[in-house]
Design a binder for this molecule. Structure first.
Ligand code: FES
Ligand SMILES: [Fe+2]
Length: 361
């Protein structure tokens, strides 16, 4: 059975993509239409017209209300049909969901409205901080969302998968990623010192020799990962030639259904803020890195579909992935108990108890 956590905010669209036209999207198995009301505030309704199931997102928005493209019923922001060509259909309803706009995203909340606390929207602070230059984007991917989350929860792939872009080679004094529980989720930390500088990082910071990197990846349910990365060349170049830059990369991942997800992403920098060429390079860099990951994850999913879902061998760097899986599994189980519905751990949430406990100790 498809199950997703309900009492969490999910990114539904970027603010930028929600112009005058409505956006249709499948989120957590629900078909929704997203548009703006007369005041510009986001509205999220069920996409299925209650008359004969035409997709409302193919209709038009006028004065903050949406008109079905089939027979013309008009729905207000509460989901109520308030206008009908023949007065037939007045009072029909489509579901309405709690919507909010923050950090350059439209967010949706499917749980009880009284639990929809905007303070719990994932903290993507760099998206509107004056000392950071940030952008957001969206890709639709035909892959289960957890495979992407697992990739982002495990920084040990970075030097390998991203060797040609952002993957700093791990030097001799690299430390094992530090895995910790946090108040809201899981934290992975990776530090490397005196590492070979990969091409994209060299371009960002003008580094011409080795670098030190310090990356902290914070994960929280339902599957939001925010990476804070500091890069410098302190003690590796003569005094006065040192440089230090910061990059924030955040992924408020959203499931469409069991087999596909919305790859929402953000990327921010605290250097060359007004440099248009750097804007272009940063977007190219983000796209290149995503492609490097997605090629592997798509191949991984094909093999998992064809050959089943084995319990994989335990691996040193899987602590964060295992802890996140354990957290999600417990939350989903608790939700199912509250709703008196059946629950079975999905194949993509397998974890190794022994390793979690040993790493927590
Ligand atoms: S299907 Fe929407 S008005 Fe008929
Ligand atoms: Fe990656």
């Amino acid at each position: 059975m498809t199950s997703f956590l309900e009492d969490f905010w999910y990114a539904a669209a970027t603010s930028e993509e929600l112009g005058p036209a409505p956006v249709g999207r499948v989120i957590c198995g629900r078909s929704v239409v997203i548009f703006r009301d007369e005041a510009g505030s986001p509205v999220i309704l069920g996409d299925r017209c209650p008359h004969r199931s035409a997709p409302l997102h193919l209709g038009r928005v006028c004065d903050g209300r949406i008109k079905c493209p089939y027979h013309g019923l008009v729905f207000d922001k509460t989901g109520l049909c308030v206008e009908a060509p023949n007065d037939s259909g007045l009072g029909f309803r489509t579901p309405t969901y709690v919507a909010a706009e923050k950090w350059g995203f439209i967010w949706v909340f499917f749980g009880k409205a009284e639990n929809a606390d905007p303070a719990l929207i994932p903290n993507l602070w760099y998206m509107d901080h004056p000392q950071w230059n940030s952008f957001a984007g969206h890709l639709a991917e035909p892959i289960p969302w957890q495979l992407m989350a697992d990739n982002l929860l495990d920084l040990s792939h970075v030097p390998v998968t991203h060797a040609g872009t952002i993957g700093a080679s791990v030097g001799a004094d690299a430390e094992i990623p530090l895995f910790q529980r946090t108040k809201r989720g899981v934290r992975n930390t990776l530090r490397s010192r005196n590492a070979t500088c990969p091409p994209h990082i060299a371009h960002w910071g003008g580094f011409i020799s080795n670098i030190n990197t310090f990356a902290v990846a914070d994960w929280e349910p339902p599957n939001v990962i925010v990476l804070s990365v500091e890069i410098d060349n302190h003690e590796l170049v003569p005094l006065g030639q040192e440089n230090k830059i910061g990059v924030m990369v955040g992924f408020p991942l959203t499931p469409a259904d069991e087999g596909s997800f919305h790859h929402f992403y953000t990327w921010g920098r605290n250097f060359h803020l007004d440099d248009k060429d750097m804007d272009t390079f940063a977007k190219m860099s983000m796209a290149a890195v995503q492609e490097e990951d997605l090629v592997i994850i798509k191949g991984q999913y094909e093999l998992l579909k064809r050959h089943g879902f084995p319990r994989t061998a335990s691996y040193t760097f899987d602590g964060g992935v295992n802890a996140a899986h354990e957290t999600l599994d417990k939350l989903l189980r608790a939700q199912a108990t509250r709703k008196a519905s059946n629950y079975e751990t999905p194949w993509y949430l397998r974890y190794h108890d022994a390793q979690i406990h040993s790493l927590m100790a």
